[in-house]
Design a protein around this ligand. Sequence first.
Ligand code: S3P
Length: 177
Amino acid sequence: MDRDYKGVNIFLTGFMGAGKSSVGKILAQNIKFRLVDTDEWIESTLGKSISSIFSEEGEAAFRSYETNALNSLPTGDLIVTTGGGIVVNEHNRKIMRDKGIIIYLHCDIEEVLKRTRGDTTRPLLQNKTKEQVNELFKQRKSYYEDAHYQIDTTNLTINEIVEQIILIVNEHKSKCQ
Ligand code: S3P
């Protein structure tokens, strides 16, 4: 299928472990868009790991760096994979909404826990019980759902998720034409 995707900015949101980064990479190859990952942007701009930012500067500082990342995006034909907490800040949701389409990748908590077991890079998952992780998800649920589209990725492969996103983008493009 040779569709013209030009001019669409796609923001992938969702909880930690939902598959945003893996999906973003394959999607970018498929539709030949540039890819920006806000976590990577922050780490390379500051020259610091996410864990160091959280431990040395705190979560609020990290959230403001996420806003900087969104404000610094190049324009057009872009996939942006975001950190799981970017939606908590209303201003961040507005920037994403103004610049493109937000696709929320939902994943059930049981599956999130399986996928992130043993992970040491996510400060907000360290030494947390399942109940605490579930509580964090519940606090954010309505912000995630404040998206243009939603996909339940729990039982889907990366390629299946990419296919669904391509359908969404095509549908979105035809509505805008
Ligand atoms: C966070 C998610 C992480 C990263 C940071 C905070 C969150 O990104 O931004 O550890 O608050 O949910 P991923 O969703 O890519 O794991």
